[in-house]
Design a protein around this ligand. Structure first.
Ligand code: LLP
Length: 414
């Protein structure tokens, strides 16, 4: 199966197009800076992920899209229509998922800091699972369910004590990280009846980090999850293997990327030998996934306009109207994102630093990029920003949030 690599951006007759619409036409209708999404690419990625699971013999997978990657209502509605569930981490995300038409029975609630109010909302909505991150949290869910005279569905999030190779800010599977519960503590809690008066253990979960390129840690963690599932010795409805599959953002990330199919095959194989082979119950245990980036990243571009250019000795800056408040990944993680100019330009290329108007040196989308000579008014696209783009935008420097524009699967702008 081929890699997910299809960007909605391409040049036609020297002009940048997004989903076959000239960028110039779109920018003529919307004030820059703005996010531009391709519904078609998003759904292609979602379907590819799902098909890869089926191909790897994963039965009835539940794909819970991680809302934190992109909570755009229209895009979520589109995913919901295609059967997606949601991985949420707040009451706000719960509301958004339900508003988008995602069924409560397909929502998993992760996060170490669920508040009492959020727990109550989740119980009332009847979500598929609270992925609990501490025994203290389990105790509180049990208590709130008791007060509501209901039962809550819970899954332990295992901390598998693995080091996922990724940016240290987004590695989440080691014991020094705040996430998940250690195996020994889970096994103790399973046997302690006081936690289970108003809760049911329906699954186990994990999530060891994001933008995972090497799957060594994933393999180890999935195995741990499978072994724990048997030690728990209860009929489980699901095992949730989290999200995290990485995306190839471009030249500075010279790594081997796994395709969704390779990722699914690894999970399928690991669970087969560590779990299914020894599973002692009749019920089927399905696999839940929580992908965000791999579904949404390629589906988005950030469109910004050059305000002015500036030369300082051998440095050439293009100062654009979008800033780190709009898109923060390059500033926060030093992430690489492809930058394309609206006109392909045949002339000599100029090494350019693309910087924003914010008063921080980190406010930069790319340094030393070889680009056609830019001038005020020129448009630029920052690529692969459909995940963790708008969702991390802020009002820093009292700036407005950027707009979000969607090209529908039928090619309509909205
Ligand atoms: N499940 C849980 C419990 C998570 O915490 C996350 C992401 C996901 C699923 C989805 O992971 P994905 O498939 O998207 O890798 N802002 C950072 C990424 C933070 C990820 C946080 N958790 C970035 O821009 O790289």
């Amino acid at each position: 199966m081929e890699k997910i690599n299809s960007s909605p951006l391409c040049y036609k007759k020297g002009k940048l197009h997004f989903d076959n619409i000239p960028l110039e036409t779109i920018a003529g209708k919307v004030k820059t800076p703005f996010y531009l999404y391709s519904e078609k690419t998003l759904l292609q990625n979602y379907n590819h992920f799902l098909e890869s699971a089926n191909k790897a013999m994963i039965c009835e997978p539940l794909i819970c899209f991680a809302l934190k990657a992109n909570p755009n209502l229209k895009l979520l509605k589109s995913l919901a229509k295609n059967g997606a569930g949601a991985d949420i981490v707040s009451g706000g995300e719960l509301k958004r998922a339900l508003d988008a038409g995602i069924k409560a029975s397909k929502i998993v609630f992760s996060g170490v800091g669920k508040t009492k109010e959020e727990i109550i909302k989740g119980i009332k909505a009847g979500i598929y699972s609270f992925n609990v991150e501490s025994i203290e949290e389990l105790e509180q869910i049990n208590l709130e369910a008791k007060k509501l005279k209901k039962r809550a569905r819970v899954a332990f999030r295992l901390n598998p004590k693995v080091h996922a190779k990724t940016h240290k800010h987004i590695s989440t599977g080691f014991k020094t990280h705040k996430f998940g519960i250690l195996k020994s503590d889970i096994l103790k809690a399973v046997k302690n009846k006081k936690y289970w008066t108003h809760t049911d253990l329906v699954g186990l979960s994990m999530h060891i980090g994001s933008q995972l390129t090497c799957l060594k840690a994933t393999k180890k963690a999935v195995k741990e999850l499978g072994l724990l599932a048997n030690e728990v010795n209860r009929p489980l409805e699901f095992l949730d293997v989290g999200g995290g599959l990485g995306v190839d953002y471009g030249p500075e990330e010279k790594k081997n990327f796994s395709t969704p199919y390779e990722y699914m095959s690894l999970i399928s194989k690991e669970l087969q030998s560590s779990f299914y082979k020894n599973y002692a119950f009749d019920n089927q245990t399905r696999i839940v996934f929580e992908p965000g980036r791999v579904i949404a990243a390629r589906a988005g571009a950030f469109i910004t306009k050059v305000i002015r250019t500036k030369k300082s000795e051998d440095c050439f800056f293009a100062i654009v109207d979008g800033g780190m408040n709009d898109f923060v990944r390059t500033s926060l993680y030093g992430a690489y994102h492809e930058i394309l100019t609206e006109k392909k330009g045949a002339g000599k290329k100029v090494k350019t630093d693309i910087v924003g108007p914010i008063c921080e040196t980190a406010d930069c989308f790319g340094t030393g990029r070889s680009l056609p000579r830019l001038n005020p008014g020129d448009l630029i696209s920052v690529g692969d920003v459909g995940a963790y783009g708008f969702s991390m935008a802020s009002h820093y420097n009292m700036r407005e949030l950027p707009k979000e524009i969607i090209v529908s699967s039928k090619g309509k702008l909205s």
